[in-house]
Write a protein that binds this ligand. Structure first.
Ligand code: SF4
Length: 337
């Protein structure tokens, strides 16, 4: 691959196509709209070379909160470990695509030790999100060696394994893998699932195996134009997840990553979708609708009624103005232009 292949006209890394074979099978098996919705998430399109002014390579501002090269400490009680830049498949709307496109491998021993030392010395941290990239790209022995180090230094630490693995590579969740995960409790798996057609037979078996092993799961979903921007479709997804034993956790507003404007649903439309969901679903099946405020303002619930107290009046431009957790005002555009 030449440098010209690798970089876009704007000088940003081009995000390579990567379609995991289990997801390709789901696309083949889906019919009609389901096939289009799944393919849209994973097949590159020319729309990705169009950059909006507000898009950045670090839309969540995670760089502001690094305490080791791969540990983000933004919230008082929890940290985020970016254990790898590799993914099982490349979601075209990915908010960490600039990190993931570099495809760096799993943490080195020294990088792991820096994280472990930080946790040993920071008892206020009660949870760690193990993310990336996707931790499931690591060889199991490497991943478990790291998770076991975390458990050894902090028996109280809640581990959250954030992964697209149950959809992209359910075959990785072998009985031995699930057994080793279950031995690390307290541990939750946080699967990323966007569409009912992602719940094929192998995916359902994977989720069921985790549940049977006593591993709790809370899903996260990204609201995506042309994929799942329909209350009826999302209601079906969240109901199915609850039936499988997965609590729908978050419906996320799509972040301002480079070249992702075609995926973004304006937040006022997203709020209408969420209001319809609130009418259609029980509290058990209803996730929180939230945005990660651009530039590092933190996670903010867009679901009413929490909306009312920190969304600021704005008559002069087409953006939501929201006060972040740090007291600053952050903007999120109401349109893609
Ligand atoms: S699995 Fe997550 S980190 Fe990887 S490409 Fe998809 S959204 Fe991005």
């Amino acid at each position: 691959m030449t440098d010209a292949d690798w970089r876009t006209d704007a000088g940003l890394p081009r995000f390579p196509r990567l379609v995991p074979h289990s997801f390709a099978r789901l696309i083949d098996e889906a019919d009609g709209a389901g096939r289009l919705a799944l393919a849209r998430q994973i097949e590159p399109s020319p729309e990705e070379d169009v950059f909006a002014l507000e898009e950045t390579s670090d839309p969540l501002g995670e760089g502001r909160y690094l305490v080791t090269p791969y540990l983000v400490h933004q919230y008082p009680n929890r940290v985020l470990a970016l254990v790898t830049g590799k993914c099982l498949g490349h979601c075209r709307y990915c908010f960490r695509k600039s990190f993931t496109a570099r495809s760096r491998g799993f943490l080195s021993e020294a990088e792991q030790d820096a994280i472990v030392a930080y946790l040993a010395n920071t008892p206020a941290v009660r949870e760690i999100l193990v993310s990336g990239g996707d931790p499931l790209t690591a060889p199991p022995d490497s991943l478990f060696a790291f998770l076991e180090k975390l458990r050894a230094v902090r028996s109280d630490l809640l581990i959250r394994l954030c992964t697209r693995g149950p959809v992209f590579a359910p075959e990785k969740f072998t009985p031995e893998f699930v057994h080793r995960l279950a031995a690390l409790q307290p541990l939750w798996v946080i699967p990323h699932i966007n569409h009912p057609a992602e719940l094929g037979a192998a995916q359902r078996d994977c989720i069921t195996a985790l549940r049977t092993a006593g591993i709790p799961q809370q899903s996260q979903t990204v609201l995506l134009r042309g994929v799942n921007d329909s209350p009826e479709l999302l209601a079906e997804l969240f109901h199915e997840l609850v039936c499988l034993g997965v609590k729908p956790g978050y419906l996320f507003q799509c972040d301002l990553a480079p070249g992702t404007a075609s995926f973004r649903v304006p937040p006022d439309e997203g709020m209408h979708i969420w209001l319809r969901l609130r009418d259609m679903l029980s509290g058990l099946s209803l996730p929180q609708y939230a945005v990660d405020l651009p530039g590092g303002g933190g996670k903010f619930p867009l679901s009413v009624p929490a909306l009312s107290d920190r969304v600021l009046p704005n008559s002069t431009d087409v953006s939501l103005r929201i006060q972040g957790n740090d007291g600053k005002v952050y903007r999120y555009p109401l349109t893609n232009v």
